[in-house]
Design a protein around this ligand. Structure first.
Ligand SMILES: [Zn+2]
Ligand SMILES: [Zn+2]
Length: 217
């Protein structure tokens, strides 16, 4: 029996509502508690957001590591001093621990992109002014090896890059960087070892010509 106009309307309304739930879930991605209307875009409830270790201390403008501060004067960074870094600036959303770390780990297998979308949203809410001040021309993402992308079924860096480019109203060239070879996992490596692990492993695609890169941690 063909569906009546009322049934079709209901089906359409349910489908739209399911789509919106995927984009702006009604439940907190961390505790699964109900979200208020204004919390739905970041997909995280106020209590869980307060548990995230966002950066609210002085950081090195070059490598984003915390730096000591005395009487309001930020002292020099002893994490990157003397290091030859191939970027000018790093901006970190928070400290890689606790709930924030758990959410970042979940993006690695986040096929629907709900957690990744939430982190991009939080990054925009928290880092908006810093990102706008940089007057960025184009956004790209740290590339992921094809094999790892297939294993995980998710490419969080690309999704975050696209989202931030949309917010900044600038182009996203997600494929601009390519891996020269499959970079060994960074898990468990010290900070200097992470930089060494990546050295020389990425290249800019032949059709792109760049002078400056900004890395978002
Ligand atoms: Zn929550
Ligand atoms: Zn530094």
């Amino acid at each position: 029996m063909p569906a009546s106009p009322t049934q079709r309307t209901r089906w359409w309304r349910d489908a739209v509502s399911a789509g919106l739930d995927l984009l702006f879930p009604a439940k907190c991605i961390a505790c699964h508690g109900d979200l208020s209307e204004e919390q739905r875009e970041s997909a995280i409830c106020r209590e869980c957001e307060e548990r995230l270790e966002f950066i609210d201390w002085p950081v090195c403008p070059r490598c984003a590591a915390p730096v000591p501060s005395t009487n309001g004067v930020d002292l020099a960074c002893n994490h990157c001093r003397g290091d030859k870094l191939r970027f000018q600036r790093a901006i970190a959303l928070g400290s890689y621990e606790g709930l924030l770390r758990q959410l970042v780990m979940r993006t690695k297998a986040d096929r629907q992109g709900v957690v990744t979308h939430a982190l991009a949203e939080l990054a925009w809410q928290r880092l908006r002014d810093q990102l706008l001040a940089l007057q960025i021309d184009v956004v790209t993402a740290v590339p992921m090896h094809r094999w790892r992308r297939w294993q995980r079924g998710a490419n969080a860096p690309q999704l975050i890059a696209r989202r931030l480019a949309e917010k900044l109203n600038i182009p996203c060239a997600g494929e601009m960087l390519r891996l020269v070879r499959n970079v060994p996992p960074q898990v468990g490596l010290s900070r200097p070892a992470r930089f060494r692990n990546l050295a020389g492993e990425m290249a800019v695609g032949a059709s792109y010509h760049l002078d400056v890169n900004v890395v978002l941690n």
